[in-house]
Ligand binder design. Structure first.
Ligand SMILES: Nc1nc2c(ncn2[C@@H]2O[C@H](COP(=O)(O)OP(=O)(O)O)[C@@H](O)[C@H]2O)c(=O)[nH]1
Ligand SMILES: [Mg+2]
Ligand SMILES: [Zn+2]
Length: 302
């Protein structure tokens, strides 16, 4: 005899779901049969994120309770000095969207790269608005630094032709990062057919009571590829990474780590600093060392 008969819980069958939208207190989860359930979480602090695979106990039609978060491959946070918030789970790639106009922040690029490295997530840079030929050419020169570090750089026009990006999307759960004005929404609109954006429009309406829309949305690009759009990533504070292993998240620093004279070297103005020496020798760019120091909240003169 099946033990399940003794448990009232099991009168409702649990179902697996993918969290496709995360609000403060409730979530939209998609089941294997493509049914969208409006879910809450048992307990006070949930920690459920967009991109999570969960087990749901259906309650009333269209609704359920998230009972369990399945193990995650990756987890992306943003943070300031006071708070750490989950951005998304099970991401395989961060796509940093920049454009020559309005000007972009290289610091945000560096934050994204650090966050990606710290979670073993791939990162790539999309230089949008490539139809603005002259400013784009200058921006590409600036961005060649990151290309040399091994991060792919793709030029495209989000409102015209995004074909160069498609091979990078395949098989990935990508999160889009970028300041406002860079063309993230335009890119999503081009990539995701209208029908698949309806859910996000519904949830945006649900969310409109809030002052800040901090919800994230997962879109299906194809059966193996998803894209997560999240407004919270614009600033992308990485306070939680800054004090631990920050140098390791700068890929080109790695060969020199552990080679400084002092093993607690901050790569500031210590003597015999391997990172500083590598910078003087042209192996590390001045800009990356400056970003490192800025993230460490150091203000040294070179
Ligand atoms: N010229 C040009 N303008 C673009 C392109 N993509 C987006 N834009 C414009 O850039 C502005 C900001 O785009 P939006 O998608 O709202 O940026 P978001 O704030 O990152 O979501 C809008 O006026 C878009 O029409 C592009 O490829 N070329
Ligand atoms: Mg937008
Ligand atoms: Zn050092």
């Amino acid at each position: 005899m099946n033990n399940a008969h003794h448990s009232p819980r099991n009168t409702n069958v649990r179902t697996d779901g993918l969290v496709i939208a995360a609000f403060g207190r409730h979530y939209l989860a998609e089941t294997k049969n493509n049914i969208i359930l409006d879910c809450v979480v048992r307990g006070k602090r949930s920690g459920v994120a967009c991109g999570d695979h969960v087990e749901i106990l259906p309650t009333t039609p269209g609704q359920g309770v998230i009972e369990k978060i399945k193990p995650r491959t990756t987890l992306l946070y943003r943070s300031d000095a006071f708070r750490k918030k989950i951005i998304a789970a099970n991401i395989t790639q961060i796509i940093v969207v920049v454009a020559a106009i309005p000007s972009f922040s290289e610091e945000l690029i560096n934050r994204c790269l650090v966050a990606a490295e710290s979670q073993y997530i791939k990162a790539l840079i999309v230089l949008n608005k490539a139809d603005m030929i002259v400013p784009t050419r200058d921006a590409a020169v600036t961005l060649s630094l990151y290309q040399e570090l091994g991060y792919p750089l793709i030029q495209l026009s989000a409102n015209q032709d995004i074909n160069t990006l498609i091979p990078y999307l395949k098989g990935n759960v990508s999160v889009l990062a970028g300041q406002s004005g860079m063309g993230k929404s335009t890119l999503i609109n081009t990539l995701i057919p209208k029908a698949d954006r309806t859910i996000s429009e519904i949830s945006t309406a649900l969310d409109s009571g809030c002052h800040t829309t901090t919800h994230a949305h997962l879109y299906h690009f194809d059966t193996n590829s998803q894209i997560i759009d999240t407004p919270g990533i614009q600033e992308f504070g990485i306070h939680h990474i800054e004090n631990e292993n920050l140098a390791w998240q700068f890929v080109e620093f790695r060969p020199y780590i552990g080679q400084c004279r002092f093993n607690n070297c901050r790569h500031g103005h210590e003597p015999d600093c391997a990172i500083i020496n590598a910078t003087k020798a042209g192996k590390i760019s001045d800009r990356r060392l400056a970003f490192y120091r800025r993230l460490k909240h150091q203000t040294y003169k070179n």
